[in-house]
Design a binder for this molecule. Sequence first.
Ligand code: PHE
Length: 466
Amino acid sequence: MAVADAPRDGWTSRRAFLLAAIGSAVGLGNLWRFSTEAGTNGGSAFVLFYIFCVILIGLPVLLAETLIGRHGQSSAPESVRKLAAESNASKHWGLIATLGVIGSLLILSFYCVVGGWVLYYIWVFLGDMIQTGLAGGAFQGRPAADIEGLLPNLFGDARLMVGCGLAFLAITAFFVARGVSSGIEWVASWLMPAFFVLLVLITIYGLATGAASEAISFLFTFDFSKLTPEVMLAAVGQAFFSLSLGMASMITYGAYVGRDVNLAQTSGIIGGADTMVALIGGLCIFPIVFAAGLSVSAGPGLMFQSLPVAFQAMPFGSLIGFAFFIMVAFAALTSSVSLLEPSTAWLKQLTGLNRLATTLILCGVAGVLGTLAALSFNELADFRPLAFIPIFAESNFFDALDGVTAKIMMPLGAILVCIFVGWIADARLIDEENGLDGALHQFWRFLVRFLCPIVLGVIMVTGLMS
Ligand code: PHE
């Protein structure tokens, strides 16, 4: 199925788009960020509100974003501008996607730091495999504290941290520079399926041998009293982060889709797959956390400290650990390319430079910001860039990048997308192609026009003020 009406490089089939979009959605957000946020925000209340956000806010916005992209067939800001012009609205609406383009570059810069941790763990497990052979568990004979100490040790080594982060950025740039069909699509179609299989296997092991019932009750027993405005904002932010929304990524990917694809259906599949992986990720990580007596609110290191402990007890642990972190790296890579692609497509269009040059320039920017983010764990640990904003007063550079993008830029971007699609854009231009009919279509329009922007606005304001 060729993308006949896309004038440029695009997905070669519906399956390729699906895998690339799922690849964008499924990433460190599902494993690393989901477990960190669920752990620090009290578990079940966060998880249930997160699911609510995905269904009633995330999916409608995902459909709205991919529709804008497919209609515009261009870089995200240009796609919005085109639709605005055809709807006799101001071309300045393009700025909502420019905001997303900037946001995606900001996310990329701290995302690569975490991607760097993954590379480091691959290296460590590889070393262990060579040293101790395959048969036994990982890190044989070493105390658990040693294994949990791997990450703090890495944090303490500024050069290694920066080096790993930049290495991950370089790999991302390599695939983006190759282009859509031969770079991004290739990564997604081969690596995503392998990732799913391995995740499920490790989860079954974790549930069978870890503290399964404690983990399940932590994640799924609903306790209304824990649902504070702050937890709600964290959950909305996580839903957007995980679905790659509000950041021009899905508008950009939508532009490479042919008109024959049913976007409502694909949005549902993308959202379902992403949420499933997040929940399976939780069921994979938390039983081990509880069984090993780790603190659920340990913060960003949770996944990196809990899983290796489990790999120690497993037969073939170092091989499984090695394979697992390779898969996480792949999942992260299919997301990081979607964080670099929006700005690449945009700058390329703006300057007329070729793909390689654009990618290199943007990598330079992300590299500088990423270096500062990596140094937040050591040399710059006391630097508080947003000390003047109460909820970010305690955040280092890394946390500030994450907080501002997930708690302000993503919800704001999504509100603006809803207003644009719900109220400004000419419905006739996009509605006929959205794949929904009858009552479902009316319901989608209601969500995009009223429920999403209002709920998002309220959560954002109350969450930021609390
Ligand atoms: N959704 C990705 C993840 O979960 C991260 C991402 C955010 C990608 C925003 C693109 C845009 O890892």
